[in-house]
Design a protein around this ligand. Structure first.
Ligand code: ATR
Length: 281
């Protein structure tokens, strides 16, 4: 019988997940299907509460339903537990399991681009303190990064991350960011700034270490103004598309029984899709 999975969100038409999983299904010759399910906020609880009735073996969950998926999951992995958000669901003997693979996606993407990135890193700087920042900060702390400076417009949200993840997290006001970039070797944007339709992210990169890695979790456009500015300075960059591709791996393995790979061919396919929609820059 065809095994079915889907991405659940609202809206969900823009999601690249069907492209990713469709590629892997074809590559591995699996009798499976991966679709899109738009579920409205007032229907999500009932939908997830009777997940077996959907006929799906599992699902990805995106905005705005990751917290609802967290509540609906009867079993959760430690990362989901720490983040209070679930982006991957699967059924096991009728029980709904939930995991959060965003942290894996973020770290695996850095590892693939720059295997030694965490070595002698010292301090990392994270821009933003929302849900995406929570995953990034958790990942960095768990990789043993000494200090994670979190710069946010609303200081209280950065302080909440320190409360949760401990004294290695250093909250600073967005306006005090400039003073924290001296010699910095890893800068990660988790804010929505620079995304298509949002104001640009305007950060002076001149103080960063010459061997710094600049990463953006935004991938529409693929080359954000931040990444463009970093490239112009000769800095190494890691774009957000890689995180999206890598976070998809554990779900596919759960649902279809094969651990898939993020191949250059898959990335090229996703880049072509962005290009077709005018979302490269
Ligand atoms: P997500 O879950 O995708 O991280 P979010 O929780 O809404 O989304 O967080 C968005 C992040 O972008 C926050 O850090 C937000 O700053 P505030 O916490 O101060 O709201 C940041 N952000 C959004 N618009 C911004 C702007 N115009 N200037 C500075 N920061 C902004």
């Amino acid at each position: 019988m065809t095994r079915r999975a889907a991405i659940i969100g609202h809206p969900v038409a823009h999601s690249r997940s069907p492209l990713i999983h469709g590629y892997w299904l074809k590559q591995h010759g699996i009798d499976g299907d991966y679709g899109r399910l738009d579920v409205a906020p007032d229907e999500i609880e009932a939908f997830l509460g009777d997940f077996p009735a959907s006929g799906l073996v599992g699902a990805n969950v995106t905005v705005p339903h990751k917290e609802a998926a967290f509540r609906a999951a009867q079993e959760r992995d430690p990362v989901a537990q720490a983040l209070g958000a679930v982006n991957t669901l699967w059924l096991e003997n009728g029980t709904l399991h939930g995991a959060n693979t965003d942290v894996h996606g973020f770290l695996a993407n850095l590892d693939a681009a720059e295997p030694e990135w965490a070595r002698a890193l010292g301090e990392a700087v994270v821009l933003g303190a929302g849900g995406a920042a929570r995953a990034v900060v958790y990942g960095l702390i768990n990789r043993g990064v000494d200090r994670v400076v979190v710069a946010n417009r609303t200081l209280a949200r950065a302080e909440a991350l320190r409360q949760q993840f401990g004294a290695r997290v250093l909250p600073v006001y967005w306006r005090d960011l400039a003073g924290r970039l001296d010699g910095c070797r890893l800068l990660v944007n988790t804010t929505s700034l620079g995304m298509k339709g949002q104001p640009p992210l305007d950060v002076d990169l001149s103080a960063l270490s010459p061997d710094a890695l600049v990463s953006d979790i935004v991938y529409v456009p693929l080359e954000t103004p931040l990444l463009k500015a970093a490239k112009a300075r000769g800095l190494k960059t890691v774009d957000g598309l890689g995180m999206l591709l890598h976070q998809a791996v554990p779900g596919f393995e759960r649902w279809f029984g094969v651990r898939p790979e993020v191949t250059p061919e898959l990335r090229a396919l996703a880049v072509a899709d962005l290009a077709a929609k005018g979302q490269l820059a």
